[in-house]
Design a protein around this ligand. Structure first.
Ligand code: GLU
Length: 325
């Protein structure tokens, strides 16, 4: 879809690649990558390579960064045999570009200040006619005096108002290679948080466009965010990416895989005597689309994953039953 209005015109894509197709993997450096992350990384490279795209990496280090984690994650991806075609983009170096886009949106009238606390939102969104989990629109219709009063109150607590998107559409359709056409609410997503930090939903859109990314492969927990992100891309005059939301790894209780599930990272598995060959084998078997003996390294696995095979991949999660302890 294309927004009927947009704010086209901004920074040029990196190395004039706007037409140069690319896929990417964009981990947050919050700790070592677990099996689910590693599987998503392999699938992201597989989709990019199988569709004739370049493959890029972006370190999403705006939030909750654990010291040393960026270097460790890059080492782990290298150990697994993932290769990328450019220096990784470190998101925290992109502050000026993020601020510029925020200003363009503000000048265009597409942002509004939100003074709500989490509790305010929780309470208002549980009202009878509200959409659960969605921003209830509390701060959209305040008078100037009410805004000023709330600004002063937040300032007294050392906070600033969050900035939310006032999008020109209530819902948006994206295309996902595994989920088909997917339409969902745009919601009034936060683009700058009330601690002043740039929010994920802004940074991801601006930086994908900058890197020339036109294929976004990531965990399917983010499928619901894609309509807002795609709408924002269109509003900014960027090409909207095609999506591939791949299933997550979960534990036997159905919860998203986490460190507490045992040895789920390369260093922990290594301590138990498992290496990258085992991990590639497990990941190959988990995809549910390959027959014959599983490959022993990522290069061989990528060679087996052509576009047709990737498209046939089931969307059910990868259940990691017993963690190899
Ligand atoms: N950095 C996000 C994460 O690690 C992924 C964002 C994305 O791929 O859009 O969960």
């Amino acid at each position: 879809m294309v927004a009927s209005e947009n704010l086209a015109g901004g920074e040029p894509a990196r190395q004039e690649q706007k037409t140069h197709k690319a896929g990417r993997f964009a981990p947050s450096p919050t700790g070592d990558l677990h099996l689910g992350n590693l599987r998503t990384a392999i699938l992201a490279e597989a989709w990019a390579r199988a569709t004739g795209r370049r493959f890029l990496l972006r370190v999403e280090d705006l939030d909750r960064v654990r010291s040393g984690s960026t270097e460790r994650q890059l080492e782990q991806l290298t150990a697994l045999g993932i290769t990328w075609d450019e220096e990784p983009l470190i998101q925290s170096t992109r502050g000026q570009a993020h601020d510029d886009v925020l200003k363009r949106l503000m000048d265009g009238g597409y942002l509004f200040e939100c003074y709500c606390s989490r509790k305010d939102i929780r309470e208002a969104s549980s009202a009878p006619h509200a959409i659960p989990g969605h921003y209830p629109g509390t701060c959209l219709h305040l008078s100037d005096d009410e805004r000023e009063e709330r600004r002063v109150f937040l300032a007294s607590q050392g906070r600033v108002p969050a900035l939310r998107l006032n999008a020109p559409a209530a819902s948006w359709q994206v295309h996902d290679e595994l989920h088909g056409d997917f339409e969902g609410p745009v919601d009034h997503v936060v683009l700058r948080r009330n601690d002043g930090a740039i929010a994920y939903n802004l940074a991801v859109v601006v930086d994908d466009a900058f890197q020339g990314v036109d294929q976004v492969v990531r965990g399917d927990d983010l499928l619901m965010q894609s309509p807002a992100q795609s709408c924002l891309a269109s509003l900014l005059g960027y090409a909207e990416p095609v999506y591939v939301h791949v299933p997550l790894a979960i534990n036997a209780n159905g919860a998203r895989l986490a460190k507490r599930d045992g040895a789920v990272t390369l260093p922990d598995l290594e301590d138990l005597g498992y290496g990258t060959t085992d991990v590639v084998r497990w990941i190959s078997n988990s995809l549910g689309v390959l027959s014959g003996p599983p490959p022993e390294n990522t290069k061989d696995l990528l060679a087996l994953l052509d576009e047709k095979t990737l498209r046939a991949m089931p969307t059910k999660p990868w259940i990691i039953e017993a963690i190899h302890r």
